[in-house]
Every structure is written in C-alpha cells, then in structure tokens.
Design a protein around this ligand. Sequence first.
Ligand code: THU
Length: 144
Amino acid sequence: MHRLDPKVLQSLLTASQSARTLSHSPYSRYAVGAAVLDELGVVHAGCNIENAAYPQGWCAEATALGAMVMAGGKRALAIVVSGPGPDVITPCGGCRQKLREFGDEDLLVIAADPSGVKQSWTLGQLLPASFGPGHLKTNDQNAN
Ligand code: THU
C-alpha cells in the first residue's frame, strides 16, 4: 500500500463510500463512489451516473473530478474509488486519462469496497507512457 496520512485516507474512504450510496446505476446495478483529494487538502466526491441511453452514462471518477474543478481545485493528489466488491475495482481507461489531466504519475489511486481499502497503485502504474497536458505546452502549433 502506498503512503497517505491515515486520517486523510479515512476521510477519502468515508467520502467515497458515502458518494457510492448516491449512485444512479439502475442498468448495471454496479454502484461506485469516488473521492478526490486536491492540492489544498479538500475532498471532492462523486458517484457513477448511468443513462437509459447507455453510452451517455459516466463514471464516479468523472463526477468527483467535476466537483473538484467546480470547487476551484486544480490538482488531484489521490483518489479513492469504492465499488461493491468482491473483485477489486480499478478505474476504466477513460478515467485514467481524465485523472492524468489533473494528476502526475505519482497520483495515488486507491481501490476500496464496503469492507475497506483493497489495493493501491500510482497513476503511472495504471497509465504508463501517458499523453498529458505537457505535450501540448511544448507544441508551438497549438498556440493561439
Ligand atoms: N464505473 C465507475 O464509475 N468507475 C469505475 O472505476 C469502473 C466503472 C461505473 C460505470 C458504470 O456505471 C458501472 O460502473 C459499470 O461499468
């Protein structure tokens, strides 16, 4: 397990599990909650929100990152994602890329279920050789 202050980890875990209870997932019945820690130590939570037009649904991580941005958070330092178990939940590929927008390769991704924390990785482990904001900053053709 990677290192995070135990009190901070507990608050992230509680927030993600609480967000999970709000999940709108009538189609998959797979409720997910997520809680992001921003650069100021503020926690932002979200749940997955599905849609009758299936592809229009989105993940808990996306909701939590949206909450962070709307609260003024700029960087994601850690995220706890809580699923139903028993299999360890792991962020989908799209969410890994969304996290990359606001986090470095050392961003902590922690998987949990109703019994507690199960596993953790860095974003660099989950999304190696990633494409990120830095790629665009160095390309003059992208200046406008
Ligand atoms: N889901 C998440 O919200 N986060 C994950 O990390 C994995 C999957 C959601 C998407 C969909 O609503 C449901 O779980 C089943 O895929």
